[in-house]
Design a protein around this ligand. Structure first.
Ligand code: ASP
Length: 434
């Protein structure tokens, strides 16, 4: 009896460990099955039973389940994030600089990705507009004043019900700050939201268990309808995202580090490999927090800075995710033949920057938040089905960039606060390079 229990537990962990491989298998099989279906002539079984029936249930069911989590997840995790900032007054200066760094670099990340997506056009040559049910409705262009004013909800319950994310974010942020300021008396509600956050995260985990089947159905459907054109487009999409990540790391992080600390970056990069091992295998910013804290300590960053910037970064700083979202939005616009104007681009920058605050540092959440970015400019959510196939691979890379941003920010702020022991930083370098 006991042995059975142990075995069941082992099986559970095995399942968890192999989820990534299952998703990749779902992608591969879906790709092959889709191509096979494409060769088959149109028939009742193929069109109605398989594509329009079973695959629709699994594929659209999975997408709907993901969408279901956006509002609760953003709302709750953002309240927790802003409520856990500690004493806002005491943290004032470090907090301000950190927010500026995190939000600023995220906005730059999206601008880089929109730029790359616009000139390299990863979605060009693939026409998926026939896959959209109904017309592609591009959101009405709004003026910047309207966009900004629209962030403040007049009825937050309505914003939650409508899934108006910018308004939800604004409302959640304000609740978190108020909890923070109220302090002791607000402790019960803080605990309540933290508990709700755990439940939401578990729900995402449960939904992700269905990802292999959802991915299989979505990818099969895609390839049965569009065939091999999609492979090339998907490869281009991955390429553009990776290029964006590389540019962001070398130019933005490399540049900011050099300008603000005037130190060699090599000691940090060497230590960062330990963190990268975690982010690659878990695709989770949260999971990397202990290792980040450790290497920051080894590199001479004081506790005051690192204990704030690292957990905060894992919660709100998602530059890699933002790059994926920018490229994905353009990719989807291109394959569905939607032209995005300057106002739409600005909406994407604003939405994705704010979305990064509400993106939990666990696998796959960036993709959930992408639906919010797409919705903000009226792009069809069906496009997610295609890029979902390469989601996990991109998640590993983008999470590594997310966490690198947290680490670089910590070093820069520690240095500006005289909380970075330069001797320690360089001593470590010498012993490592020796
Ligand atoms: N996995 C990412 C992280 O933990 C979030 C995401 O983009 O899905 O940083």
């Amino acid at each position: 009896m006991k042995r059975k229990k142990v075995r069941r537990k082992e099986n559970y962990y095995e399942k968890k460990i192999t989820l990534t491989s299952k998703i990749l298998l779902g992608l591969l099989l879906g790709f092959l099955f889709g191509l096979l279906l494409k060769q088959m002539p149109s028939s009742y079984i193929k069109d109605t039973v398989i594509l329009g029936g079973v695959f629709k249930i699994f594929g659209n069911g999975f997408t709907s389940a993901i969408k279901m989590m956006v509002v609760p997840l953003v709302f709750v995790s953002l309240i927790c994030g802003s409520a856990s900032m500690g004493d806002v007054n005491k943290l004032g200066r470090i907090g301000g600089k950190t927010m500026l760094f995190y939000l600023g670099t995220t906005a730059i990340a999206i601008i880089i990705s929109l730029f790359l997506g616009s000139i390299l056009k990863p979605g060009l040559g693939l026409d998926m507009s026939n896959l959209v049910s109904g017309d592609v409705a591009i959101g009405e262009s709004k003026s910047l004043v309207e966009i900004i004013l629209n962030i403040i909800p007049s009825n937050p319950i309505q914003s939650l019900a409508n899934g108006d994310m910018l308004q939800v974010i604004f409302f959640a942020l304000l609740i978190g700050i108020a909890i923070n300021v109220v302090g002791q008396k607000a402790e019960p509600i803080k605990v309540l939201f933290e508990s709700a956050n755990e439940v939401c995260m578990k729900m995402v985990n449960i939904i992700m268990l269905f990802a292999p089947y959802g991915v299989f159905a979505l990818v099969s459907n895609t390839f049965a309808t569009v065939g091999t054109d999609a492979v090339f487009a998907l490869l281009k999409y991955v390429g553009v995202v990776l290029l964006g990540l590389l540019i962001h790391v070398s130019v933005v992080y490399g540049g900011l580090f050099k300008i603000f600390t005037k130190q060699k970056i090599k000691p940090f990069l060497k230590k960062f490999t330990q963190v990268a091992a975690v982010t690659f295998s878990t695709a989770s910013s949260n999971a990397s927090v202990p290792v980040s804290l450790e290497i920051m300590e080894e590199l001479g960053v004081g506790k005051a800075t690192r204990s704030f910037t690292i957990p905060m970064g894992a919660t709100i700083n998602m530059d890699g995710t933002a790059i994926m979202q920018g490229v994905a939005a353009l990719f989807i616009a291109q394959i569905y033949g939607v032209d995005l104007g300057l106002n739409d681009m600005m909406t994407i920058v604003l939405t994705a920057t704010l979305a990064s605050i509400g993106t939990a540092g666990v696998p796959g959440v960036g993709m959930i938040m992408l639906s919010m970015v797409l919705q903000s400019v009226g792009l069809p959510l069906e496009g997610i089905g295609l890029i979902m196939g390469v989601e996990r691979i991109i998640d590993m890379f983008r999470t590594t960039v997310n966490v690198m941003g947290d680490n670089v920010c910590t070093l820069v702020i520690a240095n500006s606060e005289k909380d970075l022991d330069l001797e320690q930083y360089n001593k470590d370098a010498k012993s490592q390079l020796a």
